[in-house]
Design a protein around this ligand. Structure first.
Ligand code: ADP
Ligand code: ZN
Length: 206
């Protein structure tokens, strides 16, 4: 079986593999930072290496496509929508070697135990998600997943106001719900200086 290494920490991964266990990789960042792209890239490479891959996303994220994961730049990959970590675990096949999960922030805390269990079974688990909500607060269960992961990657977008490195998802519509599903219609990437930790709708500031 061809081994698949996506990062520079090849040596660490080889050690994990030699140990006979799987591992957890977490990809976090703001909206538009390329989390889905990076996840799709890793899963495509695993497929090229003829590894058996399963790809999940929460049912809540209905943007673009029901049975595919799509990035903001239009890259797609077949995926299975699930309502909970329990439903995800029930859908896992024994022979699966790589489990990809997008929009991890829309799962509950059960995802932590599920990820640990899959890694213990010898599977490579890759989870992408928002690390902060629209107010800049840590978005569970991503902080906990970052703690238990063997490998973590932080992706960054470009601030639409000033062009700096963006670490925040600015909500541009009036809503105080933590989960307000949307893309460029409701959010934009902002840097620390340009981010306003509450709704920044034009109607509020004109
Ligand atoms: P995420 O999953 O982190 O929301 P995606 O992988 O879906 O991100 O989309 C990343 C793509 O979004 C980029 O490759 C780029 O084409 C596009 N994009 C749109 N706005 C921005 C921005 N402000 N900064 C960076 N990329 C952006
Ligand atoms: Zn800025």
């Amino acid at each position: 079986m061809v081994e698949e290494f996506a990062f520079d920490n090849t040596e660490e991964r080889r050690k994990v593999r030699q140990n006979g266990t799987g591992w957890i990789e977490v990809i976090v960042g703001s909206m538009f930072s390329g989390k889905s792209e990076e996840l799709i890239r890793r899963l495509n490479r695993a497929r090229i290496a003829r590894q058996r891959v399963q790809f999940f996303k929460p049912r809540i994220d209905a943007r673009y496509s029901v049975a595919e994961i799509a990035s903001h730049s239009g890259h797609k990959h077949d995926s299975m929508p699930v309502s909970s970590a329990t439903e995800l675990m029930a859908a896992i096949l024994d022979e699966t070697q790589v489990v990809g999960i997008d929009e991890g922030q829309f799962f509950d805390l059960e995802l932590i135990e599920a990820a640990n269990k899959l890694a213990h079974q010898g599977k490579r688990v890759i989870i992408a998600g928002l690390d902060q909500d629209y107010t800049g607060k840590p978005f569970e269960p991503m902080p906990q997943l970052l703690c238990i992961a063997e490998f973590i990657t932080k992706t960054h977008a470009i601030c639409v106001k000033c062009g700096s490195t963006a670490n925040y998802s600015q909500r541009t519509v009036e809503s105080e719900a933590r989960v307000e599903v949307g893309a460029a219609d409701k959010y934009e990437a902002r840097c620390r200086k340009c981010f306003i930790p509450h709704a920044d709708a034009p109607t509020l500031h004109s």
